[in-house]
Design a protein around this ligand. Structure first.
Ligand SMILES: Nc1ncnc2c1ncn2[C@@H]1O[C@H](COP(=O)(O)OP(=O)(O)OP(=O)(O)O)[C@@H](O)[C@H]1O
Ligand SMILES: [Mg+2]
Length: 251
């Protein structure tokens, strides 16, 4: 019998509520979310458009503040941190693939991808071989010196993924990371996410509408009516089981 205690979760969300507006126009997007991300796990959350998936990722990263509930990231309660301390924790702990990319407009593709390295200061971007490898892998090496406004949606998305993978943050929050990509490019992205989880022990929280992408996860949860549904699918994940669950939950 193993006496080893399970590893502390990298992120833990308890009773998370997020509302917008004031009564009587107050609407609750998230109505009591409990979620734990074990270190090194790959969790996928699926839910209808507008169900609060991006909101949840924003909250976990500390970019937005909850109306109620707690979020612990790497053992720290975000509510107990100053804005500055939260920003530092996010930079250190979170790689983020935003749904709408959030590339810095005045930096080139290469500079955007190098940004996490430049900020961390631990590795010199100009000599780090990881960046050219990522640009190559995601088919944007030829666009390395282009600026975001010169890119297609798919190129922006691939740049955003390369940037999230370039750093060494233990948690990757991925919001529809293949939404703008053709089939094959999307598969390459999902393989890369699975690899960094398996090989580097990074923790992935993926939000997607795409059942194929969800099959790469260890576990799939569903966000419905502001709550995480009781249905949990675990690997080995079969695409037909995902379709069944999505139909049952009317997603
Ligand atoms: N600042 C805001 N003020 C009011 N409502 C907001 C605000 N931000 C988000 N919402 C609402 O919160 C709900 C959840 O938005 P969110 O972007 O998290 O959904 P989502 O699940 O990511 O959707 P999608 O799949 O379309 O990306 C939506 O109904 C949205 O209109
Ligand atoms: Mg969204």
């Amino acid at each position: 019998m193993s006496a080893q205690a399970p590893a502390a979760p990298l992120a833990r969300v308890r009773g998370l509520v997020k509302a917008h507006g004031e009564p009587p126009g107050r609407t609750e997007v998230l109505r009591g979310i409990d979620l734990e991300l074990a270190a090194g796990s790959f969790v996928c959350v699926m839910g209808p458009s507008g169900s609060g998936k991006s909101t949840l990722l924003h909250l976990i990263s500390g970019l937005d503040e909850p109306s109620a509930g707690t979020i612990e990231l790497d053992g720290q309660d975000l509510a107990e941190l100053s804005l500055g301390a939260r920003t530092l924790l996010r930079r250190r702990a979170v790689g983020y693939v935003f749904q709408f990319f959030n590339l810095l407009p005045n930096l080139t593709v290469r500079e955007n991808v190098e940004l996490p390295l430049a900020i961390a200061g631990a590795r010199a971007p100009e000599t780090d071989a990881a960046v050219p490898r990522l640009l190559e892998r995601f088919g944007i090496a030829a666009r390395a010196h282009a600026f975001p406004h010169q890119l297609s949606g798919g190129e922006m998305q691939r740049t955003s993924i390369a940037r999230a993978l370039a750093g060494a943050q233990p948690l990757l929050l991925c919001d529809e990371p293949t939404g703008n990509l053709a089939q094959q490019a999307g598969l390459e992205v999902m393989r890369a996410l699975r690899e960094v989880c398996d090989n580097d022990g990074r923790t992935v929280l993926l939000v997607t509408h795409n059942p194929r992408d969800a099959t790469f996860a260890d576990e799939v949860r569903f966000l419905v009516d502001g709550r995480i549904a009781d249905t949990v699918l675990q690997k080995p994940l079969k695409i037909e089981h995902l379709h069944e669950a999505l139909a049952r939950l009317a997603i």
